[in-house]
Write a new protein. Sequence first.
Length: 360
Amino acid sequence: MRILIVKLSSLGDVVHAMAAVQDIRQAHPDARIDWVVERAFAPLVLRCKGVHRVIGCELRRWRKDMFSAETRQAWRLFKADLRQDDYDAVIDLQGLTKSALVSRLARLAKGGKRYGMANQTEGSSFEAPARWVADVAISLPAHSHAVTRSRQLCGQALGYTLPFYMSFGLLALMGKALTATKNVAFRSGLQGLVALVHGTSRADKEWPLAHWRELGARLNAAGFMVALPHGSAAEEAVSHQIADGLAHAQVWPRLALDALTDSLANCAGVIGVDSGLSHIAVALDLAHVQIYNFDTAWRTGPLGEQHRISGGPLARQVSVFEQPTPSVDKVWQAWEAVAAAVDQPQTSNPFFRASRLAPL
C-alpha cells in the first residue's frame, strides 16, 4: 500500500501529525508512506520514522509571486515530483484549500481514494475545498486535540483502531548536536542543560522577560545550565537579555531545524511557550513544561498529563495555564514535577513510547 500524507505547515502542526504516521506503520507494516510538506520543515519530516519520501514545496513563497518565471518553473518541478508515484490513499491532514489542491494533483492508483476532513474542529482552520476534493470526507469530533485529530482521521481512512501506545517517531542523531550541549554534564556542579523556548510567532503567547530571567536564575541555583535557542534577530536579542546576569547560560547560534532538534535532544528538559520547538520537545519525550496565557492546552498541549491514570507514573510533559500569564512559581512547580518523572523508564508510561536517539 502506498500512502501520501499532506500536511504542509506549520512546525507544530507537522510534529503533531507524526504520531499518525506511527499508527499507520503499526497497522500496515508494509505500507510505503510519503509526505508533502513545506520545504522549510522537510529536514524534520526526514527524521520521522516510517516516512519513505519527503516531497518539499514552497506554497507560502510561490503565492507571493505567482506569475514569475521562477515560480512557474518551481511549480512544474514540484508537480513532477509529486506525481512520480500512484497512491492507494492520499490523506489531507490539513483541511485547507492549499492542501486540497496538493491532494487533487497527486495521482491515485487504481481503486485509490483521497481522504479529508468533513468538518472544522474547535480552534482549528478549515476550508470547504478540502471537503469537496476528498473522495471520502471524514467527520471528526468537534472538541479534538490536534494530535488525536490526525490519528483519528488516518485510522478511519485506513480502517484500523488506534493503537494503545502512542509515539511520534521523531529521531535525533547522536553526534550531530551543537558541541556545547554535549559537554554540560561534565562541568563541575552542573546537572545538565535546560532549554528555554521563549520565541513565538504571536506576541500574545509570550512570557514576560522578567519571568524568564527569574526562571533562569532558579535553574542555575538548582545546578542547570540554561540554553537559549532563537530563530530571528529579535529572538536572539531576547536570548541575550535573558542570559545577561545568569551564571550559567548559553545563547545558541541560529541553527538549522535538524541541528536544533539534535541539540534539544541532548538537553535534560525544555521549558517554553506554545511553539513549534516546544512541540518538538514533546515529540522527543523530554521533560517539558509548556506555558499558556490562554486555555488552549487541551488542543495543542502535551497529551501525557491528560492520559495519566490515577496512581500511575508521573507525566513527563505538562502544560501550565494562568491569566494574564502563569507565575514563575507555578512554572517552577511544574518543572520540579516533570524533572521528578525523568528518572522513570520511558516505557513506564503506557500512553507514550518514543525512541529519540539514533546512531549516526
